[in-house]
Ligand binder design. Structure first.
Ligand code: NDP
Length: 329
């Protein structure tokens, strides 16, 4: 495993990490979660991603039970939670979601209880909240760090402007600003990492924990001939995700990418994941898996990086046609 500093912080994260969205509680039980986290950890993964909203809190409870069972040294791994959506779904009352001081503090306490931990290593604002003053968010996160309840805080799917505004406020009051952003990044979704955030990487230097490296599995090629019954897009309630990704234009590109991967002697999932970590502005790529074989295959993306020469990267850009066009100087 390789480790990268998270932006300008002193924290080192494994370049491949493991997340629990959709899979924990909805698809897998404690036994499989234990097996998958064990495989990840034994392969050097030191970051496990979670959120209050995943399976309405049940994902954190499951991860907490696994961590208790594993009894790994607390200093050997990092855990995140994220607040914004709450965990009561449609039952959320006004202060039970969002980024108010009340919800951020309460969500932190609840995540610690569910995960059975004393502190979170990373705590994310899962989305920006247009209704809450940015000063309130930055002060709250700073104070949670002072209280030892979280070690670093970050944003997820914030705009570059919103991130810089948080840094401006932090600078103004001498507070600890966000040090990490969690955006989507994959072969089909590149704009934030390769365009919008470029200035941010150069100036305040955010780390990134990127999500959906396989576009929810699409970039493994598993949907090329339709939706398998045991896959994410077949789960009740995930039609919106299927509709987002099951498009002829994407599938055509993916078939071409699959041919390229075969020529390189790697799988399409490995090519897709290796491509994300080839970008030095990615601190860690969060893997998702609903079974052991997937995780083992995806961990094989690390040695696959060396197969992505400049020529191959160019070929990938030509096939996908998704590389942001930047102004020429
Ligand atoms: P991916 O895009 O990699 O999708 C993972 C899913 O794809 C797996 O659960 C599995 O689903 C399928 N899959 C994975 N590997 C393979 C393979 N080799 N062959 C075939 N199918 C495969 O990542 P996620 O979308 O799960 O995102 C990763 C993590 O990022 C999440 O767990 C979460 O922690 C985080 N995240 C954060 C978000 C945010 O807003 N901050 C949003 C979304 C995710 P199946 O078997 O069910 O088909």
């Amino acid at each position: 495993m390789d480790y990268r500093y998270m932006g300008k912080t002193g924290l080192q994260l494994s370049v491949l990490s493991f997340g629990s969205w959709v899979s924990f509680h909805k698809q897998i039980n404690d036994g499989v979660a234990d097996e998958l986290m064990g495989i990840a950890y034994d392969n050097g993964v030191n970051f496990f991603d979670n959120a209050e909203g995943y399976a309405l809190g049940e994902s954190e409870k499951m991860m907490g039970r696994v961590l208790k069972q594993k009894n790994w040294e607390r200093s050997s791994f990092t855990i995140s939670s994220k607040a914004f959506w709450g965990w009561r779904g449609a039952e959320n009352k006004p202060n039970q979601h969002g980024l108010s001081r009340k919800h951020l503090v309460e969500a932190c306490h609840e995540a610690l209880q569910r995960l059975q931990l004393d502190y979170l290593d990373l705590y994310f604002c899962h989305r920006p909240d247009k209704g809450v003053p940015i000063e309130e968010v930055v002060w709250t996160m700073h104070n949670l760090i002072q209280q030892g309840k979280i070690l670093y805080w970050g944003t997820s799917e914030w705009s570059g402007v919103e991130i810089m505004e948080a840094h401006r406020v932090a600078h103004q009051y001498g507070l600890i600003g966000p040090s990490v952003e969690q955006p989507q990044y994959n072969l089909l979704e590149r704009n934030k990492i390769e365009n919008e955030f470029l200035m941010i990487f150069k100036t305040v230097g955010m780390g990134t924990t990127i999500w959906s490296p396989l576009a929810s599995g699409l970039l493994s090629g598993k949907y090329n001939d339709g939706v398998p019954a045991d896959s994410r897009f077949a789960i009740t309630g995930f039609d919106w995700l299927k509709d987002r990704w099951m498009k002829e234009s994407y599938l055509n590109k993916i078939k071409e990418l699959a041919t390229l991967a075969t020529e390189l002697g790697i799988t399409l999932a490995q090519l897709s994941i290796a491509w994300t970590i080839k970008n030095p502005n990615v601190t860690t790529t969060i893997l998702g898996a609903s079974r052991k074989e997937q995780l083992l295959e995806n961990l094989g993306a690390l040695p696959a990086v060396e197969k992505l020469s400049a020529e191959i990267m160019q070929k990938i850009d030509t096939i996908t046609g998704t590389k942001p066009v930047l102004p020429e100087y």
